[in-house]
Ligand binder design. Sequence first.
Ligand SMILES: Cc1ncc(COP(=O)(O)O)c(C=O)c1O
Length: 397
Amino acid sequence: MTAAKPPRLFLSPPHMGGGEQARVAEAFASNYIAPLGPQVDAFEAAFAEFTGIPHCLAVCSGTAAMHLALRCQGVGPGDLVLASSLTFIASVSPARQLGAQVAFVDSAPDSWNMDPELLGQALAALSAEGKRVKAVIPTDIYGQCADYQRILGVCAPFGVPVVADCAESVGARAQPQSERDDSRHAGAWPGLAASIFSFNGNKIITTSGGGMLASFDAQLMAHARKLSQQAREQAPHYEHAELGYNYRLSNVLAAIGLGQLEMLEARVAKRRQIFRWYREALGGLPGVSLMPEAATGKANRWLTVLQVDEKAFGAGPEALRQALEAENIEARPVWKPMHLQPVFAGCRAFGGAVSEGLFARGLCLPSGTAMAREDVARVAGIIAQTGARGPRGRERA
Ligand SMILES: Cc1ncc(COP(=O)(O)O)c(C=O)c1O
């Protein structure tokens, strides 16, 4: 008889807090099933209060939020947009779909986020060539805020708006930069044109699918709101002077979001705890390190991400992924940088070696907030054994 497989350990599954069903029941009781309703209004207000970003628009995905943000910046055919290379494709696919060209900026090794110095060099080089950049899109990778203080400072002389991709950094904080500067939520910089957030099923909180566009700019957000609802003009009949989208979040899903938001602080604390458990279990292994936390903020540790030097450890990230998979545990390679993606062949890249190295050595470990310390120990145990079985591991034994 073969032993039953242990239950699957997913990378980052949804984790309901318990209050969601009552919120959904309220939506049902009032028959506000679709499309909009009081739960959407309440979710937008609660998110605005939590983040400190005054204008919030709940939409059907983070990708939709990015599309609206870029459309509101007037991004279109012939424009050039600069984005982080180390990101998920949804940071930049809306720019391409609007007809713009994209170019990529490499990561800084201490944060894995867009390197502000390299961004400055890229903007200067493009400006010297007579090319104007229409928008810059830094990503808060794996839930760590990019260095917006510096990025905004670098973009200001060129007059380039910054749209922050905070899809992964819900609940993360950017630390005070001075005595008078309170710790702010990810994306909550008044100098940003807009910030986008994701509530996709694998994120730190989820509405099953959903996103938020947020900004300090009331006018921009009024336009985004209009575009998200088929760009209807104010008239009793259906009048349209421009083309919009059907991008709003359903009232039922917003009800889930309200319940999830109540859990957010606890979820961030648990993800950070999971990171510490991994660090205790893996920190001493030769050639193994975990994603650094930059001095500019407090990451939400959406995923715990490992870097492994195959020569020193005895096994590389793909061997580890397969060993975990054989034990019914989901792990995932680090995002493949955008400048290496076939769909962006021919697009310009400023730097690239840092994100290439992170991709080559990286593995994202299961980080769901329902995990117990024993689950982390199980994952770490398989990683340690796999390294020990490799050639260098056998030498060490
Ligand atoms: C960095 C990044 N940007 C954008 C998105 C898109 O969000 P969504 O899946 O809600 O469209 C995601 C996540 O899926 C992401 O990780």
